[in-house]
Design a protein around this ligand. Structure first.
Ligand code: ZN
Length: 440
C-alpha cells in the first residue's frame, strides 16, 4: 500500500529542506520512501491512504545514540550520588538482574521512546539478547551492544569474547532493524587487555565500539593516576580512536584532547541532563563541533533520566552550551535537530537508511500534532519553533520501516497496561532483593 503523509515537512535533507504544505510518500511493504513533494503537486502521486493534514508536522524519526533501555526498572535508584559512588550502588542492584528483567524493562523503555518519537536507539547493557527480542517484537530500530564491566564485584559478567560474538551474530537480525557494536563499559571499568581485545576485534570484523568516555571527574582522576595520561590520550594509545568509536559523554577534555579527538573519526554522544544532574561539568560540545567532530544527542539510561526524551535533551543542550560559552549562538535549533536525526544516523553508521526524509531512505517517520498556540512561528522559523516550543506530547503517529507503530498516541504492538503491571510487579520483587543485598 502506498501511504501519503501530509503536513509541514521537516525533511532534514539538504535537497528537500522544508515544505510548508507537503507530503511524504512511502510503500509500507518495502518500507521505503518513494517521494517528497508539495501537496499541490499530489496529482502525479498514487496515494492508497492519506494521513496527517495541513496542521501536522512530518519529520524523520528521532535517533537516541546512547541509552541503557533495561535500566527503566531501576528508575530513581542512586539519586543524590555521583561518579563511582553512583556506579557502586547501581552495579550492586544490577548484580541481581536476570534476563526476564531485561526483556520486560527494555520493552517498557522502547514503548516510551516510541511514544516520544524515537525510532532508533543505541543501547549498551547486559543480556542484550533480551533487548534484541524486545526490538523484534515492538518494531523499533536498535544499534545494540553487550556491555563488558570487569571492575565490579556485582555487575553481570560478560566477557569481551561474548560481546564480540553478540556483535557478529545479531547484526542485521529483525529484518535488518538491529545493528550491533562491541560494548565496553569504560576505560576505568575494564582492563587494558580487554580494551585491546575490543580494538583487535573491531579491526578484524569491521565492528565499532560503543563505550563511556571521560564522563566524570572520578574517571578523569582515576585514569590520570593509573595511566599518567588523560582518557583521550589513553584511548589513542590503546588504538580505540582508530576504530570510529561511539563515545558517550566526553565531559572532561583539555585543548590537547579536543585536538586529539578531531584528528580521528570519532562520534561523541552528548546527554546533557545526566551529566549536569550528576553534578559534573558541561562538555565542550560546541568546540568539538567547531573542530569537525560529529556530536549527537542521547538520553542515557532511564535510571537517571526516566522520561527518555530527546525533545528535552535538545532544549537542555542549547541551554547548557549557551550557559557554558555565555552566548546563545553556540548551538542553534537546526543543529540540535540534526543531532537527533541525520548526525545521529551518521554516528551510528546507518545514514544510508535513516535520518532524513528523502526517496530511497527507510520510512522511519514521526507525525506531530502540536497545539496550534505552540506553533504560531512555524512558518517563520520552524527549527526554533519545534525545538523551543514542542515536547513529547506532540508526537501523534510513529512509523518504523514503513510500519505504523504508534497511531493517535496509542501503541499498536503491545498491551501497554499489561506491560506496566508486569514491570511494577518485577520491580517490587527486585527492590526487596536489592535491600537485602545492597542495603537501602
Ligand atoms: Zn551511559
Amino acid at each position: 500500500m502506498i501511504v501519503c503523509l501530509r503536513g509541514f515537512i521537516l525533511s532534514m535533507s539538504e535537497k528537500y529542506g522544508l515544505i510548508d504544505d507537503g507530503l511524504v510518500v512511502f510503500d509500507d511493504s518495502t518500507g521505503l520512501i518513494e517521494d517528497v513533494k508539495r501537496w499541490s503537486e499530489r496529482g502525479s502521486v498514487r496515494c492508497d491512504l492519506v494521513e496527517g493534514d495541513e496542521h501536522s508536522v512530518v519529520m524523520p524519526g528521532l535517533i537516541n545514540t546512547h541509552t541503557h533501555a533495561p535500566m527503566l526498572l531501576l528508575q530513581g535508584l542512586g539519586a543524590g550520588l555521583t561518579g563511582f559512588d553512583w556506579l557502586r550502588r547501581i552495579w550492586c542492584v544490577e548484580g541481581l538482574l536476570r534476563p526476564e528483567h531485561i526483556y520486560v524493562s527494555a520493552k517498557a523503555s522502547i514503548l516510551l521512546m516510541l511514544e516520544n518519537g524515537i525510532t532508533t536507539f543505541a543501547d549498551h547493557y547486559f543480556y542484550e539478547e533480551e533487548v534484541v527480542r524486545a526490538v523484534e517484537e515492538l518494531g523499533v530500530r536498535g544499534v545494540l551492544a553487550k556491555s563488558v564491566v570487569e571492575y565490579s564485584e556485582h555487575a553481570p559478567k560478560h566477557t569481551i569474547e561474548e560481546s564480540v560474538s553478540f556483535a557478529i551474530n545479531f547484526n542485521k537480525v529483525a529484518g535488518g532493524r538491529v545493528r550491533t557494536m562491541i560494548g565496553v563499559h569504560a576505560m576505568y571499568s575494564c582492563s587494558t587487555e580487554t580494551l585491546l581485545k575490543a580494538v583487535e576485534a573491531a579491526e578484524k570484523y569491521g565492528v565499532r565500539i560503543h563505550m563511556h568516555f571521560s564522563e566524570s571527574l572520578h574517571e578523569l582522576e582515576y585514569v590520570k593516576s593509573k595511566y599518567g595520561v588523560t582518557p583521550a590520550s589513553l584511548a589513542r594509545r590503546l588504538g580505540i580512536l582508530k576504530t570510529k568509536p561511539l563515545l558517550a559523554h566526553a565531559t572532561y577534555l583539555n585543548d590537547e584532547d579536543i585536538k586529539t579527538l578531531s584528528e580521528h573519526e570519532v562520534y561523541v554522544t552528548y546527554s546533557p541532563f545526566t551529566i549536569m544532574s550528576w553534578g559534573q561539568g558541561i562538555a565542550r560540545v560546541s568546540e568539538l563541533i567547531d573542530e569537525g567532530v560529529t556530536v549527537s544527542l542521547a538520553t542515557d539510561g532511564p535510571v537517571t533520566d526516566g522520561d527518555l526524551s530527546l525533545f528535552k535533551q535538545m532544549k537542555l543542550a542549547i541551554a547548557a552550551q549557551s550557559s557554558r560559552y555565555q552566548t546563545p549562538i553556540k548551538l542553534r535549533p537546526k543543529e540540535v535537530l540534526e543531532m537527533v536525526t541525520k548526525k545521529a544516523a551518521k554516528s551510528l553508521g546507518i545514514d544510508d537508511l535513516v535520518g532524513v526524509l528523502e526517496p530511497g531512505k527507510k520510512a522511519d517517520i514521526v507525525v506531530l500534532k502540536p497545539p496550534k498556540t505552540r506553533v504560531v512561528g512555524l512558518y517563520d522559523d520552524p527549527y526554533t519553533t519545534i525545538v523551543y516550543n514542542l515536547g513529547d506530547e506532540s508526537v501523534n503517529d510513529v512509523y518504523v520501516d514503513g510500519k505504523k507503530i504508534i497511531s493517535g498516541k496509542a501503541p499498536l504492538r503491545v498491551d501497554a497496561e499489561g506491560l506496566h503491571k508486569q514491570l511494577t510487579s518485577i520491580r517490587g520483587r527486585l527492590l526487596s532483593e536489592a535491600i537485602a543485598a545492597c542495603g537501602k
